[in-house]
Design a protein around this ligand. Structure first.
Ligand SMILES: [Zn+2]
Length: 296
């Protein structure tokens, strides 16, 4: 197993659970997700309730954290509408402004989104969600029903954690994050990376600025990961497409040092652009990569 932190986290789990989880987590096909069927089996094998098992899995999610600034590892697990569970963890970028950071909740949600989930049922987190994340989650198409589970707490709805909320409705927006309303843009190019970025653009959420956009990153093993931009009614909690792509790579157990090429495609009609900020995050990572950029 490549992820040493994951291996360590596995060792901290109760012995019977670790025994049942090991073959799942150590399988080559493990993608930081647990299927509904695997979850059911684990519950009965380890004799844990749904809530107990999700809480027990949190150290595995947190083991994906990249937190060189805070050394504070946050893990989140979301359950998609399909019943599959997706891990997420915080990511910090040394040498970049703190605004570029990814919170664990954003990570788990965009992980599920990029793997095709159409909504989120519940989220389990090892620390109370910050205000930024409560606002980020209020953009979801399931914001009215989403349940939040913390250790040593009863589950509560997102709306209980975010009373008198501000959201898309206040700006007369009715397309929500994770809604299945793909755009249909395409480009006449045989550049695989740019085409992948367009695929991500087509599912991006940018109803406020119109800056629909997608990023594709290629690693030194030639595997490509994509990220769609996730905009927010309160603007600042918006999650850039580069970060979403990096989350997918991180959840696959890869490292940012493996990035060999990056493409960003945005719509010309948008009121903002992520071109400069995407390049600056890559520059701060010292990757010596010029972003391949297209506005369509
Ligand atoms: Zn947060």
């Amino acid at each position: 197993m490549e992820n040493k932190q994951l291996q360590k986290a596995l060792q901290t789990l109760p012995e019977n659970l670790a025994g049942y989880l090991k073959p799942i987590v150590e399988s080559d096909s493990f993608s930081a997700t647990i299927s509904a069927l695997q979850f059911e089996k684990l519950m009965s094998q380890a004799n844990l309730s749904d809530k107990q098992l999700r809480l027990a899995l949190l150290p595995l999610a947190a083991s994906y954290s990249i937190s060189p600034i805070s050394n504070f590892c946050v893990g989140a697990i979301v359950r998609g509408l399909s019943g599959r569970l997706y891990f997420g963890a915080n990511i910090e970028f040394a040498n970049s402004p703190l605004g570029q950071s990814v919170h664990a909740e954003q990570s788990a949600i965009s992980h599920a989104w990029m793997k095709g989930e159409a909504g989120i049922q519940d989220i389990t987190i090892n620390y109370s969600p910050c205000g930024h994340c409560r606002q980020f989650m209020n953009e979801l198409n399931t914001a009215q029903t989403l349940m939040v589970q913390l250790p040593e707490r009863e589950a509560k709805s997102l709306q209980a954690y975010l009373p008198e909320s501000f959201g898309p409705n206040d700006l007369n927006i009715d397309t929500l994050l994770m809604d299945d309303k793909p755009l249909a843009h395409h480009i006449n190019s045989d550049d695989r990376l740019l085409n992948k970025a367009v695929e991500a653009l087509n599912i991006s959420h940018a109803p406020y600025s119109g800056n629909y956009g997608g990023v594709a990153i290629k690693l030194d093993d030639n595997v490509i990961y994509t990220g769609a931009y996730a905009e927010n009614a309160a603007f600042n909690p918006s999650l850039p497409a580069l970060q979403v792509a990096i989350i997918q790579m991180q959840m696959a157990g890869k490292n940012v040092a493996q990035i060999s090429a990056v493409a960003l495609v945005e719509l010309k009609t948008g009121q903002i652009s992520h071109q400069a900020s995407t390049q600056s995050v890559l520059d701060a990572l010292d990757l010596d990569i010029a972003v391949k950029y297209l506005s369509i």
